[in-house]
Design a binder for this molecule. Structure first.
Ligand code: TA6
Length: 286
């Protein structure tokens, strides 16, 4: 069955390779699992709450309408990373059979009243998930369905599963402007490859190349993007992992890296009726 649906999840199975699949939790339209040839590609915390009580720790959480916490403006009273990952999305059905693609939708009617009061704009999000034999594509259409302008940020907060954090390399970021949230500094990335040996929390702005995640000289993932020009690289390392109650096992930071495609270094403004589209395509060579 290429598409199975339960009360809380939608599961896609590749039509010609049953060992490639993706599982989407309707809460947050959060991809929980992506397998290629039976091998899990994403990291999901053993402590992740999947009952809708909080954002899922792992897989691909969706960040909208704000990345992080805004200090002012209509999103400043929203929770960190906004309400998209905290809301139950509607399964809209299959778009195509091969490649196998489905869509999920979110509108004000799906958003908790508390959040609506904070950010009371009319919008539609249409989230498309496409499963290839060794690829996962995610696309988001953002539409202003209201009568006034509003602004947003958006990001795919992808937790990649990796064999060993000590060996992982992230390539494609050389010379890119960085806002480093750990060192609280801004600089241009001088390294030809990014290694992880402590907490890393960086926003790379206007990245024009594909991003490659490698280990031991072998490419694990190749990430291409359209209209999500920024890339966030995050690994919580020892202390932050311990301090997140839903990040388990505590040493799980050794097996994951977040490389997140987003439009977060500035705000995008939509006028009434305006539509904004973005896409990320991840090829696994794991
Ligand atoms: O994407 C990196 C980041 O913004 C980090 O600062 C860290 O807070 C991470 O997201 C996880 O945020 P969360 O709200 O899911 O705990």
């Amino acid at each position: 069955m290429p598409i199975e649906q339960t009360d809380t999840e939608v599961i896609l199975t590749h039509p010609s390779d049953g060992s490639s699949s993706v599982k989407v939790l309707l809460h947050g339209a959060n991809i929980l699992s992506w397998t290629v040839a039976g091998k899990e590609q994403l990291w999901l915390s053993e402590g992740a709450m999947l009952d809708g009580s909080k954002a899922v720790r792992g897989g691909v959480p969706l960040v909208f309408p704000v990345f992080g916490k805004a200090s002012s403006g209509p999103t400043s009273t929203l929770p960190q990373h906004g309400f998209a990952r905290l809301s139950t999305w509607e399964f809209l059905g299959q778009v195509s059979a091969n490649p196998l693609s489905v869509q999920f939708g979110l509108g004000p009617e799906n958003v908790h009243e508390t959040f609506r009061k904070s950010w009371d704009f009319d919008f539609t999000l249409i989230y498309t998930v496409v499963l290839g034999e060794d690829t996962l594509e995610t696309a988001m259409r953002v539409e202003n369905t209201g009568k006034v302008d509003w602004e947003f940020q958006l990001l795919f907060h992808t937790y990649f599963r990796i064999p060993d954090i000590d060996k992982v390399r992230v390539n494609g970021l050389t010379g890119v402007a960085v806002k480093d949230k750990v060192s609280k500094s801004e600089y241009s990335e001088s390294n030809t490859t990014i290694t992880i040996s402590s907490e890393v929390d960086r926003v790379y702005e206007d990245v024009d190349q594909d991003i490659v995640i490698a280990s031991d000289g072998k490419t694990l993932f190749d990430i291409s993007r359209e209209n999500v020009d920024d890339v966030v690289v995050w690994n919580p390392w020892v202390n932050a992992s311990k301090n997140m109650g839903d990040f388990r096992p505590e040493d799980g930071y050794k097996s994951m890296i977040c490389v997140e495609a987003g439009s977060v270094s500035r705000w995008t403004t939509l006028s009434p009726g305006q539509i904004w589209d973005c896409r990320e395509r991840i090829k696994s060579l794991l």
